[in-house]
Design a protein around this ligand. Structure first.
Ligand SMILES: C[S@@+](CC[C@H](N)C(=O)[O-])C[C@H]1O[C@@H](n2cnc3c(N)ncnc32)[C@H](O)[C@@H]1O
Length: 349
Protein backbone atom coordinates (compact mmCIF):
# COMPACT_ATOMS: atom_id res chain seq x y z
CA UNK A 1 0.00 0.00 0.00
CA UNK A 2 1.19 3.49 -0.81
CA UNK A 3 1.52 6.22 1.81
CA UNK A 4 0.62 8.77 -0.83
CA UNK A 5 -3.06 7.86 -0.43
CA UNK A 6 -3.12 9.83 2.82
CA UNK A 7 -2.90 13.04 0.78
CA UNK A 8 -6.38 12.72 -0.67
CA UNK A 9 -9.75 12.18 0.90
CA UNK A 10 -10.87 11.78 4.44
CA UNK A 11 -7.63 10.19 5.72
CA UNK A 12 -5.89 13.57 5.57
CA UNK A 13 -8.20 14.87 8.30
CA UNK A 14 -6.15 12.71 10.67
CA UNK A 15 -3.12 14.83 9.71
CA UNK A 16 -5.05 18.02 10.46
CA UNK A 17 -5.97 16.81 13.92
CA UNK A 18 -2.40 15.76 14.56
CA UNK A 19 -1.22 19.27 13.66
CA UNK A 20 -3.46 20.69 16.39
CA UNK A 21 -1.90 18.32 18.87
CA UNK A 22 1.54 19.41 17.69
CA UNK A 23 0.55 23.00 18.43
CA UNK A 24 -0.61 22.19 21.97
CA UNK A 25 2.50 20.06 22.47
CA UNK A 26 4.52 23.10 21.45
CA UNK A 27 2.70 25.20 24.05
CA UNK A 28 3.49 22.54 26.60
CA UNK A 29 7.16 22.48 25.54
CA UNK A 30 7.34 26.21 26.10
CA UNK A 31 6.40 25.54 29.71
CA UNK A 32 9.00 22.79 29.90
CA UNK A 33 11.62 25.15 28.52
CA UNK A 34 10.76 27.82 31.05
CA UNK A 35 10.77 25.16 33.80
CA UNK A 36 7.11 25.58 34.63
CA UNK A 37 6.34 21.86 34.37
CA UNK A 38 6.82 19.29 37.05
CA UNK A 39 7.69 15.96 35.53
CA UNK A 40 5.93 12.82 36.67
CA UNK A 41 9.13 10.80 36.46
CA UNK A 42 12.69 10.74 35.12
CA UNK A 43 11.57 9.03 31.89
CA UNK A 44 9.30 11.96 31.10
CA UNK A 45 12.04 14.48 31.93
CA UNK A 46 14.57 12.72 29.69
CA UNK A 47 12.03 12.46 26.95
CA UNK A 48 11.16 16.13 27.07
CA UNK A 49 14.80 17.13 26.90
CA UNK A 50 15.28 14.90 23.90
CA UNK A 51 12.13 16.22 22.25
CA UNK A 52 13.10 19.82 22.82
CA UNK A 53 16.35 19.24 20.97
CA UNK A 54 14.60 17.40 18.15
CA UNK A 55 11.79 19.79 17.32
CA UNK A 56 12.91 23.01 18.98
CA UNK A 57 10.19 25.32 20.19
CA UNK A 58 8.37 27.86 18.16
CA UNK A 59 7.66 30.71 20.54
CA UNK A 60 3.95 31.35 20.74
CA UNK A 61 2.60 34.45 22.29
CA UNK A 62 -0.61 32.91 23.62
CA UNK A 63 -0.95 33.21 27.34
CA UNK A 64 -3.94 30.99 27.69
CA UNK A 65 -4.54 28.48 30.37
CA UNK A 66 -4.56 25.71 27.78
CA UNK A 67 -5.27 21.99 28.33
CA UNK A 68 -1.98 20.43 29.38
CA UNK A 69 -0.88 17.36 27.47
CA UNK A 70 1.75 16.45 24.96
CA UNK A 71 1.67 14.13 21.99
CA UNK A 72 5.24 13.14 21.22
CA UNK A 73 4.28 11.39 17.99
CA UNK A 74 2.50 14.28 16.29
CA UNK A 75 5.75 15.85 15.09
CA UNK A 76 6.77 12.61 13.37
CA UNK A 77 3.41 12.15 11.66
CA UNK A 78 3.72 15.65 10.22
CA UNK A 79 7.38 15.55 9.30
CA UNK A 80 6.88 13.50 6.12
CA UNK A 81 6.66 14.52 2.46
CA UNK A 82 2.99 13.43 2.46
CA UNK A 83 1.96 15.52 5.43
CA UNK A 84 3.95 18.46 4.06
CA UNK A 85 2.07 18.14 0.79
CA UNK A 86 -1.23 18.30 2.69
CA UNK A 87 0.07 21.37 4.50
CA UNK A 88 1.06 23.14 1.30
CA UNK A 89 -2.11 22.14 -0.62
CA UNK A 90 -4.19 23.47 2.25
CA UNK A 91 -2.17 26.68 2.50
CA UNK A 92 -2.48 27.38 -1.23
CA UNK A 93 -6.22 26.72 -1.09
CA UNK A 94 -6.47 29.47 1.53
CA UNK A 95 -4.40 32.03 -0.36
CA UNK A 96 -6.57 34.97 -1.33
CA UNK A 97 -4.04 36.77 -3.49
CA UNK A 98 -2.27 34.55 -6.09
CA UNK A 99 0.51 37.11 -6.34
CA UNK A 100 1.63 36.01 -2.90
CA UNK A 101 2.34 32.43 -4.09
CA UNK A 102 6.10 32.85 -4.10
CA UNK A 103 6.09 34.37 -0.65
CA UNK A 104 3.93 31.52 0.58
CA UNK A 105 6.30 28.95 -0.89
CA UNK A 106 9.24 30.63 0.83
CA UNK A 107 7.36 30.69 4.11
CA UNK A 108 6.48 27.00 3.87
CA UNK A 109 10.10 26.11 3.10
CA UNK A 110 11.51 28.11 5.96
CA UNK A 111 8.94 27.92 8.76
CA UNK A 112 9.01 25.28 11.48
CA UNK A 113 6.20 22.74 11.25
CA UNK A 114 4.25 24.27 14.10
CA UNK A 115 4.64 27.77 12.70
CA UNK A 116 3.48 26.72 9.24
CA UNK A 117 0.46 24.76 10.44
CA UNK A 118 -0.58 27.50 12.82
CA UNK A 119 -0.78 29.99 9.94
CA UNK A 120 -3.63 27.88 8.56
CA UNK A 121 -5.71 26.99 11.54
CA UNK A 122 -7.51 29.33 13.89
CA UNK A 123 -6.65 29.13 17.56
CA UNK A 124 -10.30 28.32 18.31
CA UNK A 125 -10.00 25.12 16.22
CA UNK A 126 -6.70 24.22 17.85
CA UNK A 127 -8.03 24.71 21.36
CA UNK A 128 -11.21 22.79 20.51
CA UNK A 129 -9.03 19.78 19.69
CA UNK A 130 -6.85 20.45 22.74
CA UNK A 131 -9.87 20.37 25.05
CA UNK A 132 -11.20 17.32 23.23
CA UNK A 133 -7.93 15.43 23.54
CA UNK A 134 -7.58 16.16 27.23
CA UNK A 135 -11.21 15.38 28.04
CA UNK A 136 -11.03 12.04 26.25
CA UNK A 137 -7.60 11.23 27.73
CA UNK A 138 -9.09 11.74 31.19
CA UNK A 139 -12.16 9.63 30.33
CA UNK A 140 -9.94 6.77 29.16
CA UNK A 141 -7.74 7.03 32.25
CA UNK A 142 -10.75 7.08 34.59
CA UNK A 143 -11.88 3.82 32.97
CA UNK A 144 -8.53 2.14 32.56
CA UNK A 145 -9.67 -0.82 34.67
CA UNK A 146 -11.81 -1.95 31.73
CA UNK A 147 -10.07 -4.56 29.64
CA UNK A 148 -10.93 -3.33 26.16
CA UNK A 149 -10.89 0.01 24.39
CA UNK A 150 -12.12 0.27 20.80
CA UNK A 151 -11.26 3.48 18.94
CA UNK A 152 -13.24 4.08 15.75
CA UNK A 153 -11.61 6.29 13.11
CA UNK A 154 -8.49 6.26 15.27
CA UNK A 155 -6.41 8.20 12.73
CA UNK A 156 -3.17 9.40 14.32
CA UNK A 157 -4.47 9.15 17.88
CA UNK A 158 -1.64 7.85 20.09
CA UNK A 159 -3.43 7.27 23.38
CA UNK A 160 -2.51 3.61 23.09
CA UNK A 161 1.14 4.67 23.41
CA UNK A 162 1.33 7.91 25.35
CA UNK A 163 -1.14 7.39 28.23
CA UNK A 164 -0.21 5.41 31.35
CA UNK A 165 -2.54 2.49 30.63
CA UNK A 166 -2.17 -0.91 32.28
CA UNK A 167 -1.10 -4.17 30.67
CA UNK A 168 -4.57 -5.53 31.42
CA UNK A 169 -6.03 -3.33 28.70
CA UNK A 170 -6.21 -4.20 25.01
CA UNK A 171 -6.76 -1.37 22.56
CA UNK A 172 -8.24 -1.91 19.11
CA UNK A 173 -7.74 0.97 16.70
CA UNK A 174 -9.90 0.94 13.57
CA UNK A 175 -9.39 3.11 10.51
CA UNK A 176 -9.10 2.93 6.73
CA UNK A 177 -6.19 0.78 5.52
CA UNK A 178 -4.02 3.59 4.16
CA UNK A 179 -4.34 5.62 7.37
CA UNK A 180 -3.41 2.65 9.56
CA UNK A 181 -0.45 1.90 7.29
CA UNK A 182 0.73 5.48 7.32
CA UNK A 183 0.66 5.54 11.10
CA UNK A 184 2.27 2.15 11.60
CA UNK A 185 5.04 2.83 9.07
CA UNK A 186 6.04 5.94 10.98
CA UNK A 187 5.72 4.34 14.39
CA UNK A 188 7.97 1.49 13.34
CA UNK A 189 10.68 3.94 12.27
CA UNK A 190 10.85 6.19 15.32
CA UNK A 191 11.81 5.65 18.89
CA UNK A 192 9.91 7.95 21.19
CA UNK A 193 9.25 5.52 24.00
CA UNK A 194 5.95 4.04 25.07
CA UNK A 195 4.38 4.98 28.36
CA UNK A 196 1.35 2.72 27.94
CA UNK A 197 1.63 -0.94 28.86
CA UNK A 198 -1.59 -1.80 27.01
CA UNK A 199 -1.57 -4.03 23.95
CA UNK A 200 -2.43 -2.22 20.74
CA UNK A 201 -4.02 -3.82 17.69
CA UNK A 202 -4.57 -2.01 14.39
CA UNK A 203 -7.54 -2.99 12.31
CA UNK A 204 -8.09 -2.01 8.68
CA UNK A 205 -11.79 -1.47 8.09
CA UNK A 206 -14.21 0.79 6.35
CA UNK A 207 -16.74 1.72 9.03
CA UNK A 208 -19.45 2.18 6.45
CA UNK A 209 -19.44 -1.63 6.34
CA UNK A 210 -19.79 -4.06 9.22
CA UNK A 211 -16.79 -6.32 8.78
CA UNK A 212 -15.05 -4.56 11.66
CA UNK A 213 -16.95 -6.79 14.08
CA UNK A 214 -15.43 -10.02 12.76
CA UNK A 215 -12.03 -8.28 12.46
CA UNK A 216 -12.26 -7.34 16.14
CA UNK A 217 -13.11 -10.89 17.12
CA UNK A 218 -10.28 -12.30 15.06
CA UNK A 219 -7.88 -10.08 17.04
CA UNK A 220 -9.12 -11.34 20.39
CA UNK A 221 -11.97 -8.97 21.24
CA UNK A 222 -14.25 -10.59 23.82
CA UNK A 223 -17.85 -9.35 23.90
CA UNK A 224 -18.29 -10.72 27.41
CA UNK A 225 -15.92 -8.08 28.80
CA UNK A 226 -17.14 -4.54 29.40
CA UNK A 227 -15.64 -2.32 26.70
CA UNK A 228 -14.88 1.36 26.26
CA UNK A 229 -16.04 2.53 22.85
CA UNK A 230 -14.61 5.78 21.58
CA UNK A 231 -15.93 7.75 18.59
CA UNK A 232 -13.83 10.87 18.24
CA UNK A 233 -14.00 12.83 15.00
CA UNK A 234 -15.71 9.99 13.11
CA UNK A 235 -19.53 10.02 13.14
CA UNK A 236 -19.69 13.18 11.00
CA UNK A 237 -17.83 11.37 8.21
CA UNK A 238 -20.25 8.44 8.08
CA UNK A 239 -23.66 8.50 6.42
CA UNK A 240 -26.79 8.06 8.58
CA UNK A 241 -27.19 4.37 7.69
CA UNK A 242 -23.55 3.62 8.54
CA UNK A 243 -23.89 5.41 11.86
CA UNK A 244 -27.04 3.51 12.64
CA UNK A 245 -25.34 0.17 11.83
CA UNK A 246 -22.26 1.16 13.81
CA UNK A 247 -24.26 1.92 16.94
CA UNK A 248 -26.36 -1.20 16.50
CA UNK A 249 -23.23 -3.35 16.32
CA UNK A 250 -21.74 -1.63 19.33
CA UNK A 251 -24.93 -2.40 21.27
CA UNK A 252 -24.83 -6.06 20.22
CA UNK A 253 -21.21 -6.43 21.30
CA UNK A 254 -21.34 -4.64 24.63
CA UNK A 255 -21.36 -6.44 27.94
CA UNK A 256 -22.97 -4.74 30.91
CA UNK A 257 -20.66 -2.04 32.28
CA UNK A 258 -19.50 -0.99 28.79
CA UNK A 259 -19.18 2.74 28.18
CA UNK A 260 -19.27 5.00 25.13
CA UNK A 261 -17.96 8.44 24.37
CA UNK A 262 -19.29 10.04 21.18
CA UNK A 263 -17.80 13.28 19.95
CA UNK A 264 -20.04 15.36 17.69
CA UNK A 265 -19.92 18.82 16.17
CA UNK A 266 -23.04 20.91 15.91
CA UNK A 267 -23.49 21.06 12.13
CA UNK A 268 -24.38 24.69 12.18
CA UNK A 269 -21.07 25.41 13.79
CA UNK A 270 -18.85 23.63 11.28
CA UNK A 271 -18.27 26.64 9.09
CA UNK A 272 -17.37 28.92 11.94
CA UNK A 273 -13.91 30.09 12.76
CA UNK A 274 -14.15 32.71 15.37
CA UNK A 275 -10.86 34.33 16.02
CA UNK A 276 -7.12 34.30 15.51
CA UNK A 277 -6.96 34.91 11.76
CA UNK A 278 -6.03 38.53 12.26
CA UNK A 279 -3.70 37.63 15.11
CA UNK A 280 -1.39 35.22 13.30
CA UNK A 281 1.37 37.35 11.77
CA UNK A 282 2.24 34.91 8.96
CA UNK A 283 -1.40 34.44 7.97
CA UNK A 284 -1.88 38.17 8.01
CA UNK A 285 1.23 38.92 5.98
CA UNK A 286 0.43 36.23 3.40
CA UNK A 287 -3.26 37.05 3.27
CA UNK A 288 -4.43 33.54 4.14
CA UNK A 289 -8.04 32.77 4.94
CA UNK A 290 -8.42 30.68 8.08
CA UNK A 291 -9.27 27.04 7.52
CA UNK A 292 -12.62 25.92 8.85
CA UNK A 293 -14.13 22.47 8.93
CA UNK A 294 -16.98 23.65 6.71
CA UNK A 295 -14.45 23.59 3.86
CA UNK A 296 -14.47 19.79 4.08
CA UNK A 297 -18.15 19.58 3.24
CA UNK A 298 -17.54 16.94 0.57
CA UNK A 299 -16.25 14.59 3.20
CA UNK A 300 -19.08 14.94 5.68
CA UNK A 301 -21.55 12.10 5.60
CA UNK A 302 -24.19 13.16 8.09
CA UNK A 303 -25.48 15.76 10.47
CA UNK A 304 -25.33 13.34 13.30
CA UNK A 305 -25.31 15.55 16.36
CA UNK A 306 -27.65 14.01 18.91
CA UNK A 307 -26.39 10.58 19.94
CA UNK A 308 -28.41 10.33 23.19
CA UNK A 309 -31.43 8.83 21.49
CA UNK A 310 -29.60 6.02 19.72
CA UNK A 311 -27.47 5.34 22.81
CA UNK A 312 -30.63 4.86 24.85
CA UNK A 313 -32.01 2.47 22.22
CA UNK A 314 -28.80 0.42 22.37
CA UNK A 315 -29.10 0.06 26.12
CA UNK A 316 -26.47 2.65 27.03
CA UNK A 317 -29.00 4.41 29.17
CA UNK A 318 -27.10 4.78 32.44
CA UNK A 319 -25.55 8.13 33.17
CA UNK A 320 -26.11 9.51 29.66
CA UNK A 321 -24.81 13.03 29.59
CA UNK A 322 -23.90 15.50 26.88
CA UNK A 323 -21.24 18.11 27.59
CA UNK A 324 -20.44 21.02 25.38
CA UNK A 325 -16.87 22.14 24.87
CA UNK A 326 -17.22 25.19 27.10
CA UNK A 327 -18.44 23.04 30.01
CA UNK A 328 -15.46 20.76 29.56
CA UNK A 329 -13.10 23.72 29.34
CA UNK A 330 -14.46 24.84 32.70
CA UNK A 331 -14.03 21.36 34.22
CA UNK A 332 -10.45 21.35 32.95
CA UNK A 333 -9.79 24.75 34.49
CA UNK A 334 -9.52 26.50 31.10
CA UNK A 335 -12.70 28.57 31.33
CA UNK A 336 -11.25 31.44 29.32
CA UNK A 337 -11.45 29.15 26.27
CA UNK A 338 -14.88 29.68 24.80
CA UNK A 339 -16.91 29.25 21.60
CA UNK A 340 -15.86 25.63 21.22
CA UNK A 341 -17.47 23.57 18.48
CA UNK A 342 -17.42 20.07 19.91
CA UNK A 343 -19.86 18.20 22.12
CA UNK A 344 -19.43 14.87 23.86
CA UNK A 345 -22.06 12.36 24.83
CA UNK A 346 -21.15 9.64 27.27
CA UNK A 347 -23.26 6.72 28.43
CA UNK A 348 -23.00 3.38 30.16
CA UNK A 349 -24.71 0.03 29.66
C1 LIG B 1 -10.81 13.85 11.86
S1 LIG B 1 -9.93 12.33 11.80
C2 LIG B 1 -10.00 11.89 13.52
C3 LIG B 1 -8.89 10.95 13.88
C4 LIG B 1 -8.79 10.63 15.37
N1 LIG B 1 -10.01 10.07 15.89
C5 LIG B 1 -8.43 11.87 16.15
O1 LIG B 1 -9.32 12.47 16.75
O2 LIG B 1 -7.26 12.25 16.13
C6 LIG B 1 -11.16 11.23 11.08
C7 LIG B 1 -10.67 9.82 10.92
O3 LIG B 1 -11.78 9.00 10.55
C8 LIG B 1 -11.33 8.07 9.57
N2 LIG B 1 -12.47 7.64 8.77
C9 LIG B 1 -13.33 8.40 8.06
N3 LIG B 1 -14.22 7.64 7.42
C10 LIG B 1 -13.94 6.34 7.74
C11 LIG B 1 -14.50 5.10 7.40
N4 LIG B 1 -15.54 5.00 6.56
N5 LIG B 1 -13.97 3.99 7.93
C12 LIG B 1 -12.89 4.06 8.77
N6 LIG B 1 -12.32 5.22 9.13
C13 LIG B 1 -12.82 6.35 8.61
C14 LIG B 1 -10.34 8.88 8.75
O4 LIG B 1 -9.50 8.05 7.99
C15 LIG B 1 -9.61 9.66 9.82
O5 LIG B 1 -8.50 8.97 10.33
Amino acid sequence: MNNIEIIHGVGRTSIFVSSFRLYITNMYLQLVKSKQVEFQNQEEKDYMEFYLKLVGVHNQSDHLNFPKFYDPHAYHFLNTPYAKKILSDTAYSLLLNPEKSEELEKFLNEASLVEAWSAIFGLDNILDIGIRTKFIDDWVLENKHLKQLVIFGSGLDTRALRLPLPSTMTIFEIDLPHVVEYKNNILSNIDVGKISKATRHSIFADLSESQWVSELESRGFNRDYPTLWLMEGIVMYLDPQSNSNLFKNIGLNSAEGSKVNVHTVGTMKMGISLKFEAENPAAKRLGLKTFNWGMLNDEFGSKFDNPSEILTEMGFNKNIKTFNGSEIAKILGCSEIQNLLSEYTIGEK
